[in-house]
Design a protein around this ligand. Structure first.
Ligand code: NCD
Ligand code: ZN
Length: 358
């Protein structure tokens, strides 16, 4: 699909218009938190794809549909795409039923993640689920970090994504017709893997706005007026890596390649559960997503590639139509509030140069 020039009207340094973006990896939680988080996450987006890692997680079609029915009343015009979590217990019957009910995505957490007790140690236990997904055309969405090596020894955080690449190679070799999205990628090595394998089959990756902006010092060497220190609000999984990895991600996102599209991985946790020992991973970026992307694409001199990355390639991969509605961004600085409903915002207190026009 060719990006319509018509939608990028008034395309200049002060204002531009793109089709409504889609966020194809996000978390809206459950219980009391859900209504407001779902509302703000959906606001100004065409589609949001919601992860199943609630407590307990959504593992079947009926559970995913019940979750959809809980979320949808809070999202206005925004369509919600739900997913089931793929486990070693996922059977062909489970996948067949989920697909029949309209669930498009199965999520596989290979590493350790929020609400996940133990990381997986091999991919083979998931094969019954993956075989069924390939058969019924369900998209595999995978958190690609290997937390353990084949001997069961823990792998250091910074190397977990690279350690997953041999497993990624195994998945795509053993399931040649499976559609796969590698989620929130963070390394130059993973960018190469996607570029090298996406030309003749449905393989893609999501990239977050915060991984396009940050390296590991956003967590370990966060600079404020009072000096350099730790910022627990920037701690997430996968952790951002080195500047050269970030530059590779920016290259991937800003070059109009349809195999790279946007998923925020906005992952809210109450402020007190991050500002403590053993604080939880997850950046809550829902309030600043498209504005941060505009800054990144502008800095790369590629604002004209933002619409493909944020609004078009993701929906096309999912087989849904990109939005016909638009949003307009204007160059007008604003300050990010510290909190939203007891959750600290990504970029809290910072000034952002782009604003969405009301
Ligand atoms: C996510 C969360 O909090 O649900 N956190 C994160 O740092 N990305 C879990 C996840 O996506 O792994
Ligand atoms: Zn996530």
């Amino acid at each position: 699909m060719v990006i319509s020039r018509r939608t990028i009207k008034n395309f200049n340094k002060m204002e531009f218009t793109i089709r409504k973006p889609s966020d194809l990896h996000t978390h809206v939680r459950q219980g009391e938190m859900l209504p407001e988080i779902a509302r703000i996450t959906a606001f100004r987006f065409a589609y949001i794809e919601v992860m199943p890692n609630t407590t307990p997680s959504k593992q079947t079609g009926p559970e995913a549909i019940a979750y959809y029915n809980e979320i949808r009343p809070h999202t206005g015009d925004t369509e919600v795409i739900v997913s089931i979590k793929i486990t070693p217990e996922t059977t062909e019957e489970i996948v067949e039923e989920a697909v029949r009910l309209g669930v498009k995505v199965g999520k596989l957490y290979f590493g350790i993640t929020t609400n996940e007790a133990e990381g997986a140690r091999g991919i083979e236990p998931f094969y019954p689920g993956l075989r069924a997904m390939e058969k019924y055309g369900m998209i595999l969405s995978v958190h690609g970090e290997a937390a353990y090596d084949p001997d069961g020894k823990k792998i250091i955080n910074l190397r977990r994504e690279a350690a997953f690449i041999p497993i990624a190679e195994q998945i795509i070799a053993d399931f040649p017709h499976l559609k796969v999205i590698f989620e929130h990628i963070t390394t130059g090595a993973m960018v190469n893997f996607i570029v090298n394998n996406s030309s003749n089959r449905s393989i893609a990756a999501t990239i977050t706005d915060h991984h396009l902006r940050d390296d590991i010092d956003s967590i370990l060497g966060f600079v404020t007026a009072s000096g350099e220190g730790i910022n627990p609000h920037n701690y997430r999984k996968p952790i951002p890596k080195f500047p050269e990895d970030r530059d590779a991600l920016v290259w991937a996102a800003t070059n109009g390649l349809p195999c790279f599209f946007y998923g925020s991985d906005s992952a809210p946790h109450a402020t007190e559960t991050k500002e403590c020992c053993c604080g939880k991973p997850g950046v809550f970026s829902a309030m600043t997503r498209i504005e941060t992307l505009a800054e990144v694409f502008e800095k790369a001199g590629k604002l004209n590639k933002l619409e493909g990355f944020a609004s078009i390639f993701g929906p096309l991969f999912y087989g849904v139509s990109p939005s016909r509605e638009t949003i307009t961004l204007v160059k007008e600085p604003w300050q990010v509030p510290v909190e939203f409903n007891n959750v600290t915002n990504y970029r809290q207190g910072e000034e952002i140069s782009w604003r969405v026009k009301e």
